[in-house]
Design a protein around this ligand. Structure first.
Ligand code: C2E
Ligand code: MG
Ligand code: MG
Ligand code: MG
Length: 282
């Protein structure tokens, strides 16, 4: 049909298609180079106890420091990394960087807290994941209690043999398991309890919905059940003092979000270890 519409038009359509394809191939090549030459840095976002403001953990978030295009955020490249399989070597880079960083902070004698790693469903299906983490912990002489693994509900409930084996291995290692973006999937708390999940990070959408009462219903249900099952509840994306007050009232254990701190470069983290409390107790 495009051809029948005239030569010029066909040409336009054709070149548009190949432009998109070229862009994607271009981006894939750039990402491949970035992984090969390690153009990634980790930023760290604190997680604090909701009532006291005491620092409880740090989430490691990857950034691509592109030599020309500047800082690129994960939403712009994790998907491509997953589609191309580059998530495996990228994930290993991330694990290696985080372990090296924790070891460095430890060596300085700082009062460190555990660091959580984001792991996608693709990575969990990799038979080397737990072994790689174990090897990293050993090489850097880090105790497993200092590393936490964040997985989404769908990754956690992926029924593939490989994923289930990795979950068992991670448990055996002694790293904590966290559910990321909780409430966006279809898991039940009973299932998560069975999988021995330690922490639920309730998705930012529910924190946002606190303003109109919808979020409150969700947090009430989750905190009461989680308490009975001995699972901690974290609210993601806390941006206002009002949200923090509601979450304290709803017995949410921990909070994370721009109100407390954004993800920060590693150099800014030691002062948080010293400070210990990131807001005045309520
Ligand atoms: P996530 O794990 O749910 O991380 C939370 C994201 O929300 C982060 O974005 C964080 O900077 C942002 N955020 C934190 N507090 C607030 C807030 O108060 N308001 C708003 N609007 N946003 C907030 P980021 O760093 O761009 O990461 C996006 C996603 O990319 C992460 O979502 C995670 O799923 C993925 N990701 C990040 N690092 C890695 C990694 O090393 N490996 C893998 N596989 N995925 C990663
Ligand atoms: Mg996360
Ligand atoms: Mg999250
Ligand atoms: Mg989220």
């Amino acid at each position: 049909a495009a051809k029948a519409a005239g030569k010029g038009r066909y040409h336009f359509y054709h070149s548009h298609l190949s432009d998109t394809l070229l862009l994607k191939l271009d981006k894939e090549r750039a990402l491949r180079d970035a992984v090969a030459s390690d153009q990634f840095v980790m930023h760290y976002q604190p997680r604090v106890e909701a009532v006291s403001g005491r620092l409880s953990s740090m989430e490691a978030l990857v950034r691509w420091k592109h030599p020309e295009r500047g800082m690129i955020y994960p939403n712009d490249f994790i998907g491509l990394a997953e589609d191309t399989g580059l998530i495996m070597p990228l994930g290993e880079l991330v694990i290696e960087k985080v372990c090296a960083q924790v070891a460095e902070w430890k060596a300085c004698g700082m009062a460190i807290v555990p660091v959580s790693l984001n792991v996608s469903a693709h990575q969990l299906r990799n038979e080397r994941l737990a072994g790689f983490i174990e090897d990293c912990l050993q090489r850097h002489a880090i105790e497993p209690a200092l590393i936490e693994v964040e997985l989404t509900e769908s990754a956690m409930l992926d029924n593939s043999v490989a994923s289930r084996r990795q979950l068992i291995e991670l448990r055996r290692l002694g790293v904590k398991l966290l559910i990321d973006d909780f409430g966006t999937g279809y898991s039940s708390l009973a299932q998560l309890h069975q999988l021995d999940v330690d922490v639920l990070k309730v998705d930012r959408a529910f924190t946002t919905a606190l303003a109109d009462g919808n979020g409150e219903v969700m947090f009430r249900a989750v905190t009461s059940m989680a308490e009975a099952l001995d699972i901690r509840v974290v609210a993601e994306g806390v941006e206002t003092a009002e949200q923090l007050r509601s979450l304290q009232r709803l017995h949410c254990d921990e909070v994370q979000g721009y109100l407390i701190a954004r993800a920060l470069p590693a150099a800014e983290i030691p002062s948080l270890f010293t400070q210990r409390f990131l807001f005045a107790p309520a």
